[in-house]
Design a protein around this ligand. Structure first.
Ligand SMILES: [Zn+2]
Length: 396
């Protein structure tokens, strides 16, 4: 078993379901917070659990450079390393290579690039990206793709799409040959099903596999569980190319399908059109993941179109810049008008920040550049996003 989706209800194109992963179930449609460096910046894992986070995203590019895949693998994989017993998805590293690194050179083989940290030279290919993602051990891993830039002419979009298809095939081939090498392969049953295995909890001691303290509770509940590999649809903004990319990606055959290459500077109306037309060509019995979106309004809209999974740095990054999403719209907490406001940030929000602190205090923390400002702002924004998705699921 890798990852499956059970659809529980539909409403128009929208679907409510459960994603079953080796590290627990995830209610969908879901927004996945981004934990770039094996941490959601400023928020500890116990608070993420309190917020109801069931799946996190990790960035392969960053973890590959620091602390390194072998280090994480040696420490039992990403779940154990970061003490996160629930589901994790890693990206392929491709997007960051294209957006962060310098002096990158793309060939049919893969991408040569220089680290943004120390300038050292590295090579990522479909094979080495999947190898890295198997070593990190996320529940869902992504095929290596090229995110086509926008705007791009038709010939360039086709050439890029064709290469992504060949890279998708190579990603799958490497995955099929090596998926048993995941750090938790054959792991003893704990994990998301801890409460269902009291005997195992009691029979293990600190340090032994399965110990429910720091080391335990992080192996998958089924010893035969494996990772899932998702394919990525590209094809720029052309419906015809998106359709072809979707059909040929489905032909290769993956455990789930992502729509990539959007939110790259195109108008929002175009994003929506492309998502809608691409979804028509994806199988209904597999998870559908829209990469790198969006605002609270957008995640609601894309859920209505039939997307099951989304991720975005927006709630966490905006929070660190003092931009907060509330039921009354966006609030810039740095503004002087909040300086004497004793009311909560969002009167409709039940998060630990809105229950306890005033706008005046949050504004003071931000103006004083206190670390706590980033922590509290991030907790609220994530809470707002997760509540938004809860409401979406209830409405389906
Ligand atoms: Zn709140």
């Amino acid at each position: 078993m890798s990852v499956e989706i059970e659809i529980k209800a539909t409403s128009g194109q929208a679907r409510r379901g459960r994603l079953i992963t080796p590290h627990g179930t995830v209610e969908t449609p879901v927004f996945m917070p981004v934990g770039t460096q094996a941490t959601v910046k400023g928020v500890s894992q116990d608070i993420l659990e309190e917020l109801g986070v069931e799946i996190l995203l990790g960035n392969t590019y960053h973890l590959y450079l620091r602390p390194g895949v072998e280090q994480v693998r040696g420490l039992g994989g990403l779940h154990r390393f970061m003490s996160w017993p629930k589901a994790i998805l890693t990206d392929s590293g491709g997007f960051q290579v294209f957006s962060l690194s310098e002096l990158r050179k793309v060939t049919e083989d893969g991408v040569t690039f220089r680290s943004h940290l120390d300038g050292s030279s590295h090579f990522l290919s479909p094979e080495s990206s999947v190898e890295a993602q198997i070593g990190l051990g996320a529940d869902i891993i992504m095929a290596f793709d090229e995110c086509t830039e926008y705007p791009a002419d038709a010939a360039r979009v086709r050439a890029s799409m064709e290469m992504t298809l060949r890279w998708g095939q190579r990603s799958k081939k490497y995955f099929e040959d090596h998926q048993r090498e995941v750090p938790w392969a054959g792991g003893v049953g704990m994990g998301a099903g801890t409460q269902n295995h009291p005997a195992e909890v009691l029979s293990t001691a600190p340090g032994e596999p399965g110990w429910p303290g720091q080391m335990g509770a992080l192996a998958p509940s089924q010893p035969t569980a494996t990772q899932a590999l998702f394919g990525i649809v590209q094809g720029g903004m052309e419906h015809v190319l998106r359709r072809e990319s979707a059909e040929r990606t489905v032909e290769i055959g993956f455990d789930g399908y992502a729509i990539g290459g959007l939110s790259v500077g195109e108008p929002r109306s175009l994003t929506r059109e492309v998502v809608e037309s691409t979804l028509e060509h994806l199988p209904r019995d597999k998870p559908r993941y829209l990469m790198g979106v969006g605002t609270p309004e957008e995640i609601v809209e894309y859920s209505r179109l039939g997307i099951d999974m989304m991720d975005c740095v927006l709630p966490t990054r905006a929070a660190r810049h003092g931009l907060l999403y509330t039921s009354e719209g966006k609030v810039s907490i740095k503004q002087a008008r909040h300086a004497g406001d004793e009311g909560p940030l969002d009167p409709s929000c039940a998060c630990r920040v809105c229950r306890r602190y005033s706008r005046a205090y949050l504004r003071h923390l931000y103006a004083s550049n206190e670390v706590l400002a980033q922590v509290l702002n991030t907790i609220h924004n994530l809470s707002f996003y997760l509540d938004t998705m809860r409401r979406v699921r209830h409405s389906i």
